[in-house]
Design a protein around this ligand. Structure first.
Ligand SMILES: [Fe+2]
Length: 188
């Protein structure tokens, strides 16, 4: 197939998505497939939780995040305003509300907009969960009342990561810049 100028369309696609524009995750640890060092994990809001930003679209409120969650993590029942998919890489966990579904490495989870649940970690080793999150998290006081206590979206994760990396690992600011779509003001 050719376009109006006579060029093959396939060549245009290849040019647009050339390797120099790709984001590449180097794998240094063959066991965990997780090359992320301690100062690259951003402490998350709750006890025993961290996140690593892979992609943050602050305009579209769309994000890809790697989470590290340890046993005893703080209460964080949450509601999803958008669609989320989560792939478990390491560890074992459940939703407290549906303990018969046990998530282990390789488990794939679909979380639909409007769902609310509470994660509980079962394994001694941390859970590594790779998630695509559209929309925001709304954290609630408990599942019974469902009163919203906190809202977190792509810009929240961007702001938290920026603040942490500015203090703890300035080299990561270029990573954050590369994987973020945010207003120019917020990226300076
Ligand atoms: Fe969730």
């Amino acid at each position: 197939m050719t376009d109006s100028s006579g060029d093959r369309l396939t060549r245009k696609v290849i040019e647009r998505y050339s390797p120099k524009d790709d984001y590449y995750f180097p794998v240094h640890d063959e066991k965990l497939h997780c090359p992320i060092s301690d100062t690259q994990w951003v402490p998350w809001t709750f006890e025993h939780t961290w996140f690593y930003p892979c992609y943050l679209n602050c305009h579209g409120n769309d994000m890809v995040i790697l989470f590290k969650l340890k046993k005893g993590l703080g209460l964080h029942s949450h509601y999803h305003s958008g669609f989320t998919t989560a792939h478990t890489i390491q560890g074992k966990w459940i939703y407290k509300e549906k303990p018969e579904n046990v998530f282990i490495p390789g488990s794939f989870d679909l979380e639909y907009p409007g769902t609310m649940h509470t994660v509980e970690i079962l394994s001694e080793e941390p859970v590594l969960m790779f998630a695509r999150i559209q929309g925001g998290f709304l954290f609630v006081d408990d599942m019974e009342n469902g009163n919203i206590e906190m809202y977190q979206d792509a810009f929240y994760f961007y702001s938290e990561a920026k603040e942490y990396y500015e203090k703890s690992n300035r080299e990561m600011l270029s990573h954050l810049h590369k994987i973020s779509i945010a207003s120019e003001k917020s990226l300076t």
